[in-house]
Write a new protein. Structure first.
Length: 367
């Protein structure tokens, strides 16, 4: 009898050991347990994707149609898959949108006049590429007087493209992923909000910051040309005109509550900056400029920025899509990635304190 009991006990030992081990493994270890995120934490991790490019002028019908792309050609076709990736897709509209009429600015030689009057069908191309945010603060928005400015704003509004920067359209808002986005633009030019008016800048940004979740500020400023790629941290003059202190402007915008600052105007790529957790680009160069621009060398390459912005407006991550324009113009993805080296060199030189780096795929980082 004792042998049977002993034998049975021996058989139970492995079963008991297995039960104890199984129970122990099923109990959570405090050091390895990952707490569930609160709704607030989940929201703070959410992002919007902002695609940002520089100057857009898709051909002019003034003084005749010779500087328009061939009929049936959409200049954005080769890059629109990248542009459509954005929740917000931004560009600087470098010229009025008007089929005919308006009062052209005075030119001593109309055959080489830089007066841009884009036909209204170009807005269909912008919409097709998912552009939904445009700056209209630049010198060429005045090329055809008040008629040109009003026509441009009306057709952008009709096509639900948020825009700002003129005295008649100083700021605007849009809603993306349940977030209210505020936008305003500045330039040194007549009928635009002035880039040197810091009182107006601060009051406008503070107002938008109270109304909105994220505030984007655009500026058209800085001297032009291949010798003007650096940010000098002082006022810049070009052809006798004060083009503003873009460094002071960008930092003042963020101090007032802006979350992203997007620069354009020099027609070349400039450095990027990182201030109080916010992203700044000082110039995005020529993105889609057909028929009337010098596109050789540095003026023919440009970045397309793909930015991940947190719901609180802070920068999460960024990537550069390298763009090149050849011939008469129109953006293509640059397989040589020429703009990578330019951005890296300029940023490390102009802003060594931000610890900028970039990998071979265009992903960039701040220390």
């Amino acid at each position: 009898m004792k042998k049977k009991v002993l034998y049975g006990s021996i058989l139970l030992i492995p079963i008991l050991l297995a039960f104890i081990l199984l129970k122990k493994e099923s109990e959570p270890s405090i050091s390895k347990t990952i707490p569930l995120k609160s709704n607030k934490q989940i929201e703070s991790d959410s992002v919007i994707t902002l695609i940002a490019v520089g100057d857009i002028m898709m051909g002019t019908n003034y003084p005749n149609d010779s500087k328009l792309p061939p009929k049936g050609i959409n200049l954005l076709d080769s890059v629109k898959s990248y542009l459509r990736f954005g929740d917000i897709t931004f560009g600087n509209l470098e010229g009025t949108v008007l089929n005919s009429g308006g009062t052209p600015k005075h030119c001593s030689n109309p055959s080489v006049c830089y007066a841009f009057r884009q036909p209204t069908y170009i807005v269909d191309h912008l919409v097709d590429a998912h552009f939904n945010l445009m700056s209209v603060a630049n010198n060429h928005m005045g090329d055809f007087g008040e008629v040109g400015r009003k026509s441009t704003c009306e057709i952008l509004t009709k096509n639900k493209i948020t825009h700002a920067g003129l005295e008649i359209a100083p700021w605007d808002t849009m809603t993306v992923k349940g977030l209210k986005i505020g936008f305003t633009g500045f330039a040194p030019n007549t009928n635009c909000q002035k880039i040197s008016d810091y009182v107006l800048l601060k009051s406008t940004v503070k107002m938008l910051d109270k109304m909105c979740d994220i505030v984007i500020v655009s500026f058209h400023g800085g001297a032009e040309g291949t010798s003007k790629t650096h940010v000098p941290r002082m006022e810049e003059l070009f052809l006798g005109e004060n083009r503003g202190d873009v460094y002071k402007f960008a930092h003042a915008a963020i101090d007032a509550g802006a979350d992203v600052v997007l620069g354009h105007g020099p027609h070349v790529t400039r450095a990027v900056d990182y201030y109080k957790g916010r992203f700044i680009t000082y110039s995005m160069g020529n993105f889609c400029t057909y028929g009337s621009f010098n596109l050789k060398g540095m003026t023919g390459i440009a970045p397309m920025y793909q930015l991940q912005i947190r719901r609180d407006g802070s920068f999460k991550s960024g990537k550069v899509i390298p763009i090149i324009q050849l011939g008469e113009g129109g953006p293509l993805v640059d397989r040589k990635k020429s703009v990578f080296a330019e951005i890296l060199s300029l940023t490390k030189t102009d802003f060594p304190e931000i610890g900028f780096s970039m990998d071979q795929e265009g992903n960039f980082f701040f220390k």
